[in-house]
Design a protein around this ligand. Structure first.
Ligand code: ACO
Ligand code: KIV
Length: 506
């Protein structure tokens, strides 16, 4: 038996069945291109008979995407199969995927067919599909709730009619890994012609078991896994491509198998899909979530600094992520803090570390995100937050005769609240004036610049403010996706630096 697992990607078909994940033709083509460079073996491009748009998407992908086999889904009826054949006409490598439900529930209540009628339909469908392409896949929808002997009968008939892949879907995500293993093992040992076809699996995630069930099928002898990027799909989704592929790769010592996926392209492809569908991947999602390679606790961070394999079973680069991140926060320890201080280019004497560490812990208890600027301030013996905090700000501005104004609420050193408003030459000027009034401090603005430090419509702006106060120059920095907010944050930074210096001097 081959040790290669065929990756059948159905992001564009079952994935698109996720509520809210509909894609335009251009988006599907962009995604298909990304899937081809990711190295999937089969792209299920759509259900050609579903609508003119679906037909065009399949036809266009079939014409333009080279490399993977392009597949179209069809019910077991002549019209669907002919539409699939027509849409796939120009494909370099094409597959028609026909399916019919086999479980008693679906037979009786949905299809209103007897077992014999289901078998007859399946055989006729495979036979017709074979007239368009040699590569025909047959799926027994709801296979895992089908009587085992009937399942074996349908699979045998479909193979005899020419199916080259037989797919055993857990359509409703009902099965367990052991049941899945037993079912595939049963088919392998019961169906006389099973060796003439590749056994495939297609698992849904209703109980969160889609990946586990797919891997169980593979262990029992399935050599094709149907999956989607980010695990999108009908209801709770499908087996996640990134998870099943990385499980096979990372546990090659267990499975002894491989896939043709270029795993370094997993994250870029996943991000493209999120951008196209607008569906955000949860931070803790395996492989592709923002936290998947982030370490926040001191003991883990120390381990990671000693040897990455202590707490990481895969390297971030293997899925296309630049690096691991050690997130500094309330759970961090001295090792991670010292590492960050060194990374920022400081050579801090060991006697200073205890003081910096104590200040760091106090700050981390108050602040969720510790930034490089915070660490810098701690090294310099300052707390970057306070004594003044901007609690609220509202600015108004417009074109023509509109007068820009700003209202601010600041919280002062003793927790006292200071409210002020001002008008100015634009919203930034108005906000600076309102802040000065609220604090009772007047500074001379020497310069303000705002630069983009990331790309795109939601780029982060970094503002730098230079002011003169009591004969000295001070400098502040702030970032935000909003340029007024970035400027105000830089101004608050400079005001706080001045206030801290004055407090030290008094
Ligand atoms: C488990 C899966 O993910 S299966 C794939 C799901 N994908 C889709 O459904 C694609 C989008 N679907 C559609 O656009 C539409 O459902 C269409 C165009 C395919 C069909 O629309 P309609 O003809 O109006 O039928 P509708 O969807 O309401 O009902 C399904 C019909 O197909 C029949 N049917 C369902 N599965 C199969 C099958 N595998 N083989 C043959 N007939 C089937 C049903 O019995 C029902 O028949 P009936 O109209 O004689 O009662
Ligand atoms: C068409 C089949 C493979 C399917 O999507 C399912 O059973 O979930």
């Amino acid at each position: 038996m081959s040790n290669n697992v065929i990756i059948f990607d159905t992001t564009l078909r079952d994935g698109e069945q996720s509520p809210g994940c509909a894609m335009s033709l251009a988006q599907k083509k962009r995604m298909a291109k990304a899937l081809a460079s990711l190295g999937v073996d089969v792209i299920e491009a759509g259900f050609a008979a579903a609508s003119p748009d679906d037909f065009n998407a399949v036809a266009s992908i079939a014409r333009d995407i080279k490399g993977p086999t392009i597949c179209a889904l069809a019910r077991c009826n002549d019209h669907d199969i002919r539409e699939a054949g027509r849409a796939l006409q120009e494909a370099e490598k094409k597959r028609i995927h026909v399916f019919i439900a086999t479980s008693p529930l679906h037979r009786e209540h949905k299809l209103k067919m007897t077992k014999e009628q289901v078998v007859t339909k399946a055989v006729a469908a495979v036979t017709l599909a074979k007239s368009f392409t040699a590569d025909v896949e047959f799926s027994c929808e709801d296979a895992l709730r089908t009587e085992k002997d009937f399942l074996a009968q349908v699979v045998e008939a479909a193979i005899a009619a020419g199916a080259t892949t037989v797919n055993i879907p857990d359509t409703v995500g009902y099965t367990t890994p052991t049941e899945m293993f037993d079912t595939i093992h049963f088919l392998k040992t019961t169906v006389p012609n099973i060796k003439q076809a590749i056994i495939s699996t297609h698992c849904h995630n209703d109980l969160g078991l889609a990946v586990a069930n797919s891997l169980a099928a593979v262990e029992a002898g399935a050599r094709q896994v149907e999956c989607t990027l980010n695990g999108i799909g009908e209801r709770a989704g499908n087996c996640a491509l990134e998870e099943v592929v990385m499980a096979i790769k990372t546990r090659a010592n267990h499975y002894g198998l491989d896939t043709g996926i270029r795993t370094e392209q997993i994250l870029p492809s996943s991000r493209l899909l999120s951008a196209i569908t607008g569906s955000v991947v949860p931070r803790n999602k395996a492989i592709i979530g923002d936290n998947a390679f982030a370490h926040a606790s001191g003991i883990h961070q120390h381990g990671m600094l000693s040897h990455p394999e202590t707490y990481e079973i895969m390297r971030p680069k293997s899925i296309g992520r630049i690096d691991t991140s050690l997130v500094l926060g309330k759970h961090s320890g001295r090792h991670a803090l010292v590492d960050k201080i060194k990374e920022l280019g400081f050579d801090t004497a060991s006697e200073d570390i205890e003081r910096i560490f104590a200040d760091f812990k106090a700050l981390a208890d108050r602040k969720k995100h510790i930034t490089d600027a915070d660490i810098e301030a701690l090294v310099f013996g300052q707390s970057s937050t306070g004594p003044w905090q901007l609690a609220q700000m509202q600015v108004t501005s417009g074109s023509g005769d509109t007068i820009a104004s700003a209202a601010v609420v600041l919280v002062g050193p003793n927790g006292s609240e200071h409210r002020e408003a001002a008008t100015g030459d634009g919203p930034v000027d108005a906000a600076f004036k309102a802040i000065e009034r609220a604090i009772g401090m007047e500074v001379h603005l020497e310069g303000l610049s705002v630069n983009s430090i990331s790309e795109g419509i939601d780029a982060q702006g970094e503002a730098q403010v230079r002011v003169r106060y009591a004969g000295q120059n001070f400098h502040g920095r702030g970032t935000s996706t909003d340029i007024v907010a970035a400027s105000v944050s830089a101004f608050m930074d400079v005001i706080n630096r001045i206030s801290r210096q004055m407090a030290k001097a008094s």
